[in-house]
Write a protein that binds this ligand. Structure first.
Ligand code: ADP
Length: 259
């Protein structure tokens, strides 16, 4: 039985094809058309195995672009999908910290993939992947290089809460000759402390998994762990938690619409 989950995020579109214990995926940039990105990811995923949509028992869409996908059977919120996917990546996880391109969220679960409570920041870029992208651009670096550049550096204090002001602050720190690594470490700590505060307001989890594209950043992970005083687990497929959760949910309850 094949099912598909598609997570159309603000930065990347992720599609997962699930078949028994096996799953495979496609990740591509969302660009300016979530609908097109979702369609292309779906077609690429099916095309690789020579499958047609008739071969798929259910397709669930999630992420901010989910409503723009005409071919899905059902749309489900990211919170529900992330909780389910995270449980698959780390059995027993009871807290999911997700930092994506334009939002961050903390989800408390029952340890079996069901949501108990959550908190979300989707109003402000600070504490999201977008914040890191803006700062990386100001430093002439790519987000994927930030952790390496800051390895072992003592963080400088970044006092601006707002992305635009933080960008100016970084530029002026550079002009004062402050070491880039220390600035980046300060930025990592700033993202981590915002999200950790959200997690603490919600209540602490015992087994915490970090998901979303920002989970690839070791520096943010390190500071999150320090701020929360706990280990945090990142799975290699952490960025796929939402799409994987959607594919799992499509398998657990029939969702197929008559076409
Ligand atoms: P969304 O679901 O909102 O599209 P993602 O969960 O895909 O977002 O996360 C996108 C963010 O992940 C980017 O804004 C960037 O900050 C971060 N990111 C993506 N790839 C990497 C990488 N290789 N290293 C560090 N950070 C990354």
């Amino acid at each position: 039985m094949f099912t598909v989950g598609i997570d159309v995020g603000s930065v990347t579109t992720k599609a997962v094809l699930l078949n028994g214990k096996d799953w495979r995926y496609v990740i591509r940039p969302t660009g300016c058309s979530p609908r097109q990105a979702g369609k292309e990811a779906f077609e690429e995923l099916l095309g690789r195995d020579g499958l047609a949509q008739e071969d798929i028992s259910g397709v669930i869409g999630t992420g901010y672009g989910r409503i723009s996908l005409p071919f899905i059977d059902k749309a489900v919120t990211e919170i529900t999908c992330h909780a389910r996917g995270a449980h698959h990546l780390l059995a027993g996880a009871d807290m999911v910290i997700d930092i994506g391109g334009q939002d961050s969220k903390v989800i408390l679960t029952d340890g079996r993939g069901n949501v108990i409570n959550f908190a979300m920041n989707d109003k402000c870029a600070a504490g999201t992947g977008r914040f890191l992208e803006v700062i990386a651009a100001a430093l002439g670096a790519d987000v994927s290089e930030l952790a390496e550049k800051a390895r072992g550096a003592e963080p400088v204090q970044i006092s601006s809460m707002c992305t635009v002001f933080a960008e100016s602050e970084v530029i002026s720190l550079l002009a004062q000759g402050v070491d880039k690594g220390k600035i980046i470490a300060g930025i990592h700590r700033s993202v981590a402390s915002r999200v950790a505060a959200m997690a603490e307001r919600l209540g602490q989890g015992e087994l915490i998994i970090f998901t979303g594209g920002v989970a690839k950043n070791e520096g943010v992970k390190e500071f999150l762990s320090r701020e929360l005083g706990r280990d945090i687990i990142v799975a290699p497929e952490s960025q796929l938690a939402g799409a994987l959760g959607a594919a799992l949910l499509a398998r657990e309850k029939p969702v197929r619409k008559e076409r």
